[in-house]
Design a protein around this ligand. Structure first.
Ligand code: ATP
Length: 310
């Protein structure tokens, strides 16, 4: 078998809540690949299914359809250590009654290393996020949001996981703290050779750290490609809206046909529109968009778009 650089692969993954006419297709046939050492950003508005996909990737939810595999896995890592999630608010996942030492020890327990090596690894990770060993005897509530997020990152990495899924890791933090955390995340990736999936509702946050970007809308990936090409080539009309919202981005002129037709909040995964799910909000829509679902197909080198305009 050929060695592969793909560390994580989602193949037509679907996540459905409920059944029958009450079913919500939160994630619909999503296929993605994450290469070793790369950061794949998944971006979309609230409710597009980002968290459902993230939870499926790390095994917290079983996909209703499709498959999640780890093609580059050598098979030596015991389950639970190859992929970990960092949540928006790690406070909710730290046991408030446990000292930090205990919480990190629980993560280190998954490592196949000697006690001394575990301690050295722990202290190295703490140092990387700017903490000394004195934090170990404190409780979670004694830390600010930014500090807690740094501890959340340490705890995820302490398991030895090589793939980290970050679910909106800086969204709850002050803008001044966000850049600091993003820099730490990037430093650790370079030093430890980690692969990241980075979930965000804000394209501005991922603009500097993502190698690849996938845009999700109502459970589907509508566009995917290398980050650099996103700001240079033409894009899916939905991606364009997200790009225009990035501060300092060049604004695209209002397309002919005018503004979006319906309020975004009226379109939900509970009652997705027929045809292209984005068509009610698309100023460039054509009649075909109301009836036919566009497939995600290669538009250029390293760029896939699901849109009838291309
Ligand atoms: N446990 C659940 N039961 C039923 N519906 C759910 C459940 N979890 C999520 N949903 C629905 O699935 C869709 C996708 O939700 P999800 O949380 O994955 O999106 P998101 O993009 O992460 O949004 P947010 O950023 O607001 O968390 C939404 O319509 C949501 O209401």
């Amino acid at each position: 078998m050929q060695p592969t650089d793909i560390v994580l692969k989602a193949d037509r993954v679907g996540v459905t809540y409920g059944s029958g006419h009450k079913a919500v297709h939160a994630v619909h046939e999503v296929s993605l690949e994450l290469k070793r050492g790369e950061t794949l950003a998944i971006v979309g508005e609230s409710g597009c299914g980002k968290s459902s996909l993230a939870r499926a990737l790390v095994g917290l939810t079983d996909p209703t359809s499709g498959a999640i595999t780890f093609p580059a896995d050598t098979g030596t890592a015991p389950d639970g250590t190859r992929i970990q999630m960092v949540f928006q608010d790690p406070f909710s996942s730290f046991n408030p009654r446990k000292r930090i030492r205990r919480s990190i020890a629980d993560a280190l327990a998954l490592l196949d290393k000697s006690e001394a090596e575990k301690i050295a690894f722990r202290d190295h990770l703490l140092e990387k996020v700017g903490f000394g060993p004195e934090v170990l005897d404190r409780f979670p509530h004694e830390f600010s949001g930014g500090q807690r997020q740094r501890l959340g990152i340490v705890r995820a990495l302490a398991t030895g996981a090589r793939i980290i899924v970050f679910d909106e890791p800086v969204s709850a933090l002050d803008v001044s703290v966000q850049a600091q955390i993003l820099n730490m995340i990037a430093d650790m990736q370079a030093e430890l050779g980690l692969s990241y999936v980075f979930i965000s509702h804000d394209l501005a946050v991922v603009k500097h750290i993502a190698d690849r970007i996938a845009i999700m809308y109502l459970g589907r990936v509508v566009e995917e490609g290398a980050r650099a090409s996103f700001w240079s080539d033409s894009s899916h009309p939905y991606s364009q809206i997200l790009m225009d919202a990035v501060p300092g981005a060049e604004q695209t002129p209002e397309p002919e046909g005018g503004a979006p037709v319906v309020d975004a909040s009226e379109v939900t995964a509970m009652a997705p529109p027929p045809g292209c799910v984005f068509h009610p909000r698309c100023a460039l829509r054509k009649p075909v968009c109301e009836t036919k679902v566009p497939v995600l197909r290669d538009e250029a080198d390293d760029r896939r778009i699901a849109c009838h305009l291309f």
